[in-house]
Design a protein around this ligand. Structure first.
Ligand SMILES: NC(=O)c1ccc[n+]([C@@H]2O[C@H](COP(=O)([O-])OP(=O)(O)OC[C@H]3O[C@@H](n4cnc5c(N)ncnc54)[C@H](O)[C@@H]3O)[C@@H](O)[C@H]2O)c1
Ligand SMILES: C[N+](C)(C)CC=O
Length: 509
C-alpha cells in the first residue's frame, strides 16, 4: 500500500493483516474486544478487527465534536478541502487493485464489481472535490435598498455515517465525501460484517491530509457502536444506509435529540418490459438487474413485470440463461455470480424461497444451494412465475438471487404493478415507444427510473427513495445539501430606531 499508516495490508499469500482498527482523534486505537471477519467464498476467517466499546464511541464523538467546534476543517479554505478530496481520489486509484481485492475477500462480490466500486468512489470524491469549492451564497431582494440579505450554506456539524455490508466502500464514501466537502466532521460506522475497506479508506483520508479528529472510525455491532452514535447529543446528523427496520429504529432514537436523519433503505424494484422493447437487450439486462452481486443490491430488479404477449417466450429464455450463470468465488475470474455474504443471510434467503413456494408461486429454476456440502454461501439463481402483488415474496425484500415474474396487458396495469410496493427506490421500463416510456417513467413512484436500462448511477445525479425506501438523497447537489444548514444573514446597512414601543411610535412597516 502507499502508506505505512494503513492498518490493513495483504501478505504474500493474499491474507490481510490488521493492526489497531479503531481510529479516534487522529490515532489508531486497539480494543480488548475483537470480531472475526469471514470470507463468504469459503467461510474462512480473514482476520480479526477491534470491537468498539461504548467508551470508544463516546471518545470518537468527542473528537469529532471538538474538531468541528474548533473549526479545524470547516474554516479551512474551500480550495484546501477540495485538494484533500482530490488526493483521496488519487490514493484510491493508486491502490485500486488492492482495495478491490480486500472488498472481494470481505463481501464476496466479484473482483470486477469491486473494481467498479473503487472507480465509482473515486469519481464521487472528485465530484465533491469540485463542489467543495463552494458558492458565495444567494443574495435575496429584501425590498429595501438599505438591507443586504444573503443565504449561505454552512456545515451541519458532527455526522454519524452508518453503512451496510453489500457495498461497504461505496456507501460510506457516498456519505463521507460530501460531508467533508461541506466542512463537517464525522464518525464512520461500517457494517460489522464487512468493515475492511472502510478501515483502508480512513487510512487514505488521513494520508490525504484530513486533520486529526475530523474523521473517526468505530467498528462493531449496531446495538453498541451504531446506537451509541444515534443517541449521542453531540451528533448533529445521522446518515444511514441499511435495512428498513434498522432505519425505523434510528429515526425513533434520533427523535429524542432532533437530529437530522437521512435514510437509504431497501427496495422491491419493478422491471417492466413491454412487447415492443428490444427484447434481447431487455432480457440480458434483466439478468444483470437481479443476479449481479447475487441480488444483494438495494436497487436489484427483483420484480420482472412482463407484457402478456411476450411472457412465455421471455421467461423461457430468461430461465435458460439464469441456469447457465457461473457461480463461484469472487476472486475467480470465471465467476459471474458470487456467494451470499454470510451463513445467516443464506438462511434468510432460503426461508424466503420457502415462503414463495407456500404462497403458490411456481419455481422454474434454482431454489437451492449450489451444493449441500459447500463451504461458502452460494445460492442458485431462482425464478418464480405465477406471482401476484399479494404475495410476501413479491412485497418483501429478499436481498438474494430471486426474481418474481408478474404479467400485465395494458400500460395502465403496468404502472399499477410498478407502484404496487411499499418501497420506492428504483424501477425500469423497456419499450421502443419513447412517449410511452416517459409517460410510465413519470408515473412510477421511485427515486430512480431507468428507460431501456437497469442499474446505473452517477455521482452527479441524486440517488434515494420514495416511500419506505428512505428520506433524503445521496449524490448530486442534494447529496451535499444533506450536510449543510442554510443560514439567512440579514444586514441593515442604515440602522435607525423604530420606536415600536414608544407612545409617539414610528411603526415598523
Ligand atoms: N437505498 C440504498 O441506497 C441502499 C444501498 C445499500 C443497501 N441498502 C439496504 O441495506 C440493507 C442491507 O444492509 P444491512 O443488512 O447491513 O442493513 P442493517 O440495517 O442490518 O445494518 C446496516 C448498518 O446499521 C447498523 N445498525 C444495526 N442496528 C443499528 C441501530 N439500532 N442503530 C444504529 N445502527 C445500527 C449495522 O451495524 C450496520 O452498520 C438492505 O435492505 C438494502 O436494501 C440500501
Ligand atoms: C446504491 N447501490 C446501487 C450502489 C447499491 C445498493 O445496494
Amino acid at each position: 500500500m502507499s502508506s505505512a499508516d494503513h492498518q490493513l495490508a495483504v501478505g504474500a499469500d493474499g491474507t490481510p493483516t490488521v493492526a489497531g482498527t479503531l481510529f479516534i482523534d487522529g490515532s489508531w486505537v486497539r480494543s480488548t474486544g475483537s470480531r472475526a471477519v469471514l470470507n463468504p467464498a469459503d467461510g474462512s476467517r480473514i482476520c480479526d478487527v477491534d470491537e468498539a466499546t461504548d467508551d470508544h464511541v463516546k471518545a470518537a464523538v468527542a473528537a469529532a465534536r471538538t474538531a468541528f467546534d474548533e473549526g479545524v476543517w470547516s474554516s479551512a479554505p474551500p480550495s484546501e478541502r477540495s485538494a484533500v478530496l482530490h488526493r483521496v481520489a488519487d490514493l484510491l486509484q493508486a491502490d485500486r487493485a488492492l482495495i478491490a481485492r480486500i472488498e472481494t475477500l470481505d463481501t464476496g462480490k466479484t473482483l470486477r464489481e469491486s473494481e467498479i466500486d473503487v472507480d465509482d468512489v473515486t469519481a464521487v470524491f472528485r465530484y465533491y472535490a469540485a463542489l467543495a469549492l463552494g458558492e458565495p451564497g444567494r443574495l435575496v431582494d429584501a425590498g429595501d435598498p438599505a438591507v443586504v440579505s444573503r443565504v449561505v450554506h454552512e456545515p451541519v456539524g458532527v455526522c454519524a455515517l452508518i453503512g451496510p455490508w453489500n457495498y461497504p466502500l461505496l456507501q460510506i464514501s457516498w456519505k463521507i465525501a460530501p460531508a467533508l466537502a461541506a466542512g463537517c466532521t464525522a464518525v464512520l460506522k461500517p457494517s460489522e460484517v464487512t468493515p475492511l475497506t472502510t478501515i483502508v479508506l480512513v487510512g487514505l483520508l488521513h494520508e490525504a491530509g484530513v486533520p486529526a479528529g475530523v474523521v473517526n472510525l468505530v467498528l462493531g455491532s449496531g446495538a453498541v457502536a451504531g446506537a451509541g452514535l444515534v443517541s449521542s447529543e453531540d451528533v448533529d446528523l445521522v446518515s444511514f444506509t441499511g435495512g428498513l427496520e434498522t432505519g425505523r429504529a434510528i429515526m425513533r432514537s434520533a427523535a429524542d435529540t432532533v437530529k437530522k436523519v437521512a435514510l437509504e433503505l431497501g427496495g422491491k424494484n419493478p422491471n417492466i418490459v413491454f412487447a415492443d422493447a428490444d427484447l434481447e437487450a431487455a432480457l440480458d439486462t434483466a439478468l444483470t438487474a437481479v443476479f449481479l452481486h447475487a441480488g444483494q443490491v438495494c436497487s436489484a430488479g427483483t420484480r420482472l413485470i412482463l407484457q402478456d404477449s411476450i411472457h412465455d417466450e421471455f421467461v423461457a429464455a430468461f430461465v435458460k440463461r439464469a441456469g447457465r450463470i457461473r457461480i463461484g468465488p469472487g476472486l475467480d475470474p470465471d465467476s459471474e455470480m458470487p456467494p451470499l455474504v454470510s451463513a445467516q443471510h443464506l438462511a434468510k434467503v432460503e426461508n424466503h424461497v420457502r415462503v414463495g413456494l407456500a404462497e403458490g408461486a411456481r419455481l422454474l429454476t434454482g431454489g437451492s444451494r449450489l451444493a449441500e456440502n459447500q463451504s461458502g454461501y452460494y445460492y442458485r439463481p431462482t425464478v418464480f412465475v405465477d406471482c401476484s402483488g399479494d404475495m410476501r415474496i413479491v412485497q418483501e425484500e429478499t436481498f438474494g438471487p430471486i426474481v418474481t415474474v408478474e404479467r400485465f396487458t395494458t400500460e395502465e396495469e403496468a404502472v399499477r404493478l410498478g407502484n404496487d410496493t411499499r418501497y420506492g427506490l428504483a424501477g425500469g421500463v423497456w419499450t421502443s415507444d419513447r412517449a410511452r416510456a416517459h409517460r410510465v417513467a413519470g408515473r412510477l413512484r421511485h427515486g430512480t427510473v431507468w428507460i431501456n436500462e437497469f442499474g446505473p448511477y452517477l455521482p452527479q445525479a441524486e440517488w434515494g427513495g420514495f416511500k419506505l425506501s428512505g428520506t433524503g438523497r445521496e449524490l448530486g447537489p442534494s447529496g451535499l445539501a444533506e450536510y449543510q444548514e442554510a443560514k439567512h444573514v440579514y444586514e441593515n446597512t442604515a440602522p435607525a430606531a423604530q420606536h415600536w414601543f414608544s407612545g409617539d411610535a414610528k411603526r415598523i412597516p
